[in-house]
Design a binder for this molecule. Sequence first.
Ligand SMILES: Nc1ncnc2c1ncn2[C@@H]1O[C@H](COP(=O)(O)OP(=O)(O)OP(=O)(O)O)[C@@H](O)[C@H]1O
Ligand SMILES: [Mg+2]
Length: 429
Amino acid sequence: MSYRSLGFSADPFSNKALQADEEGEKLVVDREAEVKKLVRRVQESDKVPTLEGPNGVGKTSIINIALHRLLMQSQRDENEPMFIPCRCSFQINKEKGAEEFLDEFYLQVALTLVESANMLRPPPGYTKAPIETSIKNYIQSPIIRNYTGSILGNGLGYGGTPNSGKGWERVGFRAAIDGWLKLLFPKSEAGGVVCVIDNLEILQSSAKAKETIEALRDTAFTVAGVKWILCGSSGVVRGVASSTRLAGWLHKPINIGELREEVGGEVYEKRVETFRKNEQATLPLTRDNFITLFDMFKGNSRFALDEAGAFCTWIFDEVDDLSKIPDDSFERWLREELETNYDEIFVFFRDRDEEAFKGICQQEIFVPNDCSELGFDDVAEFTAILDRFQNYGLVTPTLDQNTPEDTVYEISPKSLKLQYFIDSQADRE
Ligand SMILES: Nc1ncnc2c1ncn2[C@@H]1O[C@H](COP(=O)(O)OP(=O)(O)OP(=O)(O)O)[C@@H](O)[C@H]1O
Ligand SMILES: [Mg+2]
């Protein structure tokens, strides 16, 4: 058995971010307010909008839906600014220096413009949007990545004497794209290519993230005809946004929390409707089963979808016909999953572990310095517990700050499963 043999066109529980397309629009649940906030910031301000929130809550999906709406609005009404989503998002890491980042950025923007040629609007004085054929040829040529060709020396009128040196090629290429963008988007109100820097937490320390973004302030962020969005897990964007060098450049973060627990059923229904090829197609996991998982993970869509997928995979491995699935399969499977999770972790709990665990489950995101709120006066004792919890996979440090006491931790899906199991045991008693 498989999703396909059951009449589905694709895995309905895929944990990929919703895409910036019609399908994304069909699947999205309960993010109207967040999407509107982001759309408005992109449309109405030159400041860089920022988003942050825990792992897997749906940040990238919100951005993609907003990008799709912006593009649709531009296409519907020619009086609206033209916003074109960049063909891929960007990530920053410690290995990639600012120059390498800029190379990648200019190349992707150029490719986006070439691929969107039929959407571009003619600037004042033109009957048709100008396409820089030399840029087009250049980026489509195999030599582009090395900046060794000399195509930019011909035809564009930038940079004076053609020169095969690497430095000139880079400068010439960037100048050519800058010029093209300026022509297409002469004023900020005309719109631009929308570029996203996602997963800023990859930089780990928020000080490092701050430094890198600061380095882009006077380069990438000032390119006319380009709009930026920054996104990362809890704490990182706030850290970056607090930089004095960036003051006035960034919006305060839009906080993205888990979906409301009451929308679990809707998440399931939209997936079934979107992916089923005929009315009769059904899944081994029911709407109620999905709601159970969604509640267990407190509205974290990634965790709930992963677990739903794990159950279906298990069923597909075990049973070859949907009609042969016993009624209580899901309950039995879940109970076993939860018991195993409990047995792997809880037996090792000692001293004040259980007390600390209850506290962090309520906080969900925390720093060791929060320990006094959880009844622990000694940060060292609490940090030692967190080290153990990290080894059990109960917490994940998402962001190193300057001192270990300020490291931002998030609780993991394992924690949520353990907490759910402990609570359900207590309810039984
Ligand atoms: N509003 C929503 N409605 C339905 N499904 C959603 C919604 N938001 C997110 N999802 C689903 O939840 C999962 C996680 O979403 P997404 O990748 O956008 O989260 P994220 O916060 O960007 O995660 P990460 O922290 O790993 O970058 C994906 O499978 C996505 O399709
Ligand atoms: Mg993401």
